[in-house]
Each structure stands twice: as structure tokens, then as C-alpha cells.
Design a protein around this ligand. Structure first.
Ligand code: X2W
Length: 306
């Protein structure tokens, strides 16, 4: 069944905050190949109808920075040039593993969480800063003002010091550095490092940190960029286009293919969306499909909403 990715059409009186009409028409021309002009224009107006911090939180997996940096940078540049300021948070999991292995250290995980001793922590910090700089530099090359926000956002306590060592459980989010960046006209590019009250830096899973950002900013879109580009039905092999949690959640959890990581992810997303306004939705997409997902009714990845 054809479904619009709008829950309900919002009032379409948004303004293009930063751009003049000619920029707007260039953008619309650019987007003509992925959707009808009307469709794209409606979504642009919808996204610009909320405050700039409330447009989107975009979580970028570390693998994408290695494998698809030009595509990622041009997608984010596009959003920036149409006057949209996503809050971008990236991980660096694969880079940490590679560096640890180069140093002869076997990466250790428990329940998908990295056991982070002192030595691992120095690798974690190095990788976060390197990948952050890589992304910021790629954006700057595309004429985007981007600001590294690598500290001062997440406060945390130890998740379980005995079990995971230097891993944080986020206790609060300081919005100020992110708001200041957006107000200055720069895309905030965050890592998921956190800090205790006494100044100890802690490692936090980037998906978890993105979820905490979403709880605080209540964005219209929470976007997880990954390689699969969505949730795949384990029986048919097809990508699921839309999950309406209110109607489908219970049945979905009973499906034989919904297990392990997929089950956990769906549960976490439901938990997150229960805390957010109904207008918020989660999109899981491949970086190549970001524009299509955001600006067309048919979308490209998996959209999850209540
Ligand atoms: C993650 C943080 C990086 C991350 C780690 O050390 O791998 C914990 O597990 P991706 O690329 O998004 O997986 N932290 C505590 O999440 O990166």
C-alpha cells in the first residue's frame, strides 16, 4: 500500500531561512531526479517549519567514514546548502578495532559494548578525534561550515566499572555547544565520548549517544546511516519500507527472523519513539539514499514511526 512518509501534512508555511530563491530553485532542479518538485518542496517546507536543532539527528557509523566519505560529505553539504542543520554524531568502531589489532590487542566486547581499559581508551580517543577531523575537513572542502564538538556535551557515570571498565552511561546532555554551533551557522559534528563529574573520559556506544541526543532535541528525524540501508525481512529478503509501531510492533516481535541484534534495535527504537512527539520518526538508510529517504514519499530505507 502506498503511504506518504508524512504522518499528517503539516502547515506548509515554512521559510527558507538562509537561502534566496535562486538557491532554492537550483536545489529543486537537483532533486527533480529523485522525486517530483512538489514532493521535494513539501518536505523542504516541512523540515524548515521547526527550529533548526529539531530537524534531524544523524548517526554515522564509523565504517561510512572509511568507505563512503565523499558521498556522506556531499549529502550533508546538500542539507546545509538548503538551510537545514542536522546534528551529526559519528562512531569509529572499525577504526578502533583496526588500530588495536595492529598493536596486537584483541578487541573485547560484552553484549556489544567494548570493554575499554586504559590502553584501549587511548586508542578510542585517538580514533574519535581522527575520524571527526576527517569528516569536518571533507565538509569544509565542500563549502560547509562544520564545527567539531568533541567534548562538553555528554555527562556520564560508569555503566559498570567492573564489567566494562571505562564505559559511560549518559546521565545528561548539554545542548549549549550544539546550539552555539548552529547559531554560528556551522554543522555540529559530534563524537560519543562522555565525561564524569571528576573529568574522566568514558567511551559510549555511538548509537546510544545518538538516542540520548534525540531525547533531548526531539528532532523530526532520527537517521541511522548504515550499510544495509534499512531493516531486511529475513524471510523475503526485502527491505521493509515502513514500520508503524502502534499497529505492527507486537506482531513484528513474533516474527521468527526478528531476533538478536534486530530485535534489540527495534525495541530500542520503540523505546526512543515512545519518549518523543508523534511527529518524530526513525529512518535507517544507506548514505547514498539519504536525500531520497528525506525528500520523497516512497523513501528508500526503513522508516519507523508510531
Ligand atoms: C563504541 C564507540 C564507537 C562506535 C566502540 O568503542 O566501538 C562502545 O562500545 P560505530 O562505528 O558507530 O560502531 N563504544 C562503548 O559506536 O562506533
Amino acid at each position: 500500500m502506498f503511504q506518504t512518509r508524512f504522518r499528517s501534512l503539516p502547515k506548509l508555511f515554512g521559510v527558507y531561512r538562509r537561502n534566496n530563491y535562486s538557491t532554492r530553485s537550483t536545489v529543486i532542479q537537483l532533486l527533480n531526479n529523485i522525486g517530483s518538485k512538489r514532493e521535494v518542496e513539501q518536505y523542504l517546507k516541512y523540515f524548515t517549519s521547526v527550529s533548526q536543532q529539531q530537524f534531524a539527528v544523524i548517526k554515522v557509523g564509523g565504517a561510512i567514514i572509511t568507505q563512503k566519505l565523499p558521498e556522506l560529505a556531499s549529502c550533508l553539504a546538500f542539507l546545509y546548502h538548503v538551510g537545514l542543520y542536522p546534528i551529526v554524531l559519528h562512531g569509529t568502531g572499525p577504526q578502533i578495532n583496526e588500530l588495536l589489532e595492529n598493536e596486537g590487542v584483541e578487541p573485547q566486547y560484552e553484549d556489544g559494548i567494548r570493554i575499554t581499559d586504559e590502553k584501549t581508551m587511548s586508542v578510542v580517543r585517538k580514533c574519535f578525534l581522527e575520524q571527526n577531523l576527517k569528516l569536518v575537513t571533507a565538509l569544509e572542502k565542500m563549502g560547509v561550515r562544520a564545527r567539531p564538538v568533541t567534548a562538553g556535551v555528554f555527562s556520564a557515570d560508569y555503566l559498570n566499572k567492573d564489567k566494562y571498565k571505562l564505559v559511560g552511561n549518559i546521565s545528561s546532555v548539554n545542548k549549549a555547544p550544539i546550539e552555539a554551533s548552529i547559531q554560528a551557522g556551522a554543522l555540529p559534528i559530534l563524537t560519543s565520548l562522555a565525561e564524569t563529574a571528576s573529568g574522566q573520559i568514558l567511551n559510549v556506544n555511538a548509537d546510544v549517544a545518538a538516542g540520548e541526543l534525540a531525547r533531548v532535541f526531539e528532532p523530526l528525524k532520527i537517521v541511522y546511516l548504515n550499510e544495509k540501508g534499512g531493516i531486511i525481512n529475513g524471510i523475503t529478503g526485502e527491505k521493509i519500507s515502513i514500520i508503524n509501531l502502534d499497529e505492527e510492533y507486537e506482531d513484528l516481535l513474533k516474527e521468527s527472523w526478528v531476533k538478536y541484534g534486530t530485535k534489540l534495535k527495534i525495541k530500542e527504537i520503540r523505546d526512543l519513539l515512545m519518549h518523543l512527539p508523534r511527529s518524530s520518526s526513525v529512518a535507517i538508510i544507506n548514505v547514498d539514499d539519504l536525500q531520497k529517504e528525506l525528500f520523497t514519499d516512497s523513501g528508500a530505507g526503513t522508516l519507523i514511526r508510531r
